[in-house]
Ligand binder design. Structure first.
Ligand SMILES: [Fe+2]
Ligand SMILES: [Fe+2]
Length: 225
């Protein structure tokens, strides 16, 4: 039997015997620049109609920023999963590096959602059930990630675990994007959404690491193609 997972929402960390070193400390890109342009205020006379339009635009921008950030994380995770799945079992070092990055990205993303997003959703009847279910799915995800500890990438169980992790994560992300985000738009105010987005960005910056490590992964992958 595999040992139960020990990941608890913190950042990825190396452990004795952990085959997937966490030397790669992630490169959660700062999405603020991408979305900053969308926050530009409109010009024109401040009459009632314009104020109303500006307010509606600001609300849409607040939503876009938080959900854009989370979708960006989801996309990065899907891309990493795809790259790992495309790699061959002989590409041991590449798989280790890619998995370390995936682990880091997933743990930071789940920590951000749990601390700032799900806690806000739990406060509302309409979104509580979805938040609690999402939280439980995170726990299962962390358990599976923990089960990779000490397991060599060329072990026959490694790709089997990866398939289960991939299925779970992809389904979870789809449900968030198609269900949870919609409910969140209904129950959370624009100020709250903007506040959550800012805290998510702060956490990502806190957990981010030198970009050089990411380049090592790309270079290794390029050499092995
Ligand atoms: Fe999630
Ligand atoms: Fe998510």
């Amino acid at each position: 039997m595999d040992p139960p997972g020990e990941a608890t929402g913190g950042v990825a960390r190396g452990k004795p015997g952990h085959k997937h070193t966490s030397r790669w400390r992630g490169n959660s890109s700062d999405a603020s620049s991408r979305w900053r342009g969308m926050m530009t205020k409109s010009h024109g006379k401040a009459d009632k109609a314009a104020e109303s339009a500006e307010s509606a635009t600001a609300a849409a921008q607040g939503n876009t920023e938080l959900f854009g950030l989370l979708r960006q994380d989801h996309e990065m995770v899907r891309e990493l999963l795809k790259r790992i799945e495309k790699s061959s079992s002989g590409q041991v070092e590449l798989r280790q590096e890619l998995f370390s990055k995936l682990e880091h990205e997933l743990l930071v993303h789940m920590e951000a959602e749990e601390r700032f997003f799900y806690t806000a959703l739990e406060q509302h009847d309409e979104s509580r059930e979805g938040a609690l279910e999402s939280y439980e799915e995170h726990q299962v995800t962390k358990s599976i990630i923990g089960a990779f500890n000490g397991l060599a990438v060329d072990d026959a169980r490694w790709p089997a675990k990866l398939r289960v992790l991939g299925q779970l994560v992809r389904r979870h992300e789809d449900e968030e994007e198609h269900k949870l985000f919609k409910v969140a738009k209904k129950v959370l105010g624009n100020d709250q959404l903007q506040g959550i987005a800012a805290r998510v960005q702060d956490l990502r910056r806190e957990r981010s690491a030198p970009k050089a490590a990411a380049n090592v992964v790309s270079a290794q992958e390029g050499r092995r193609k």
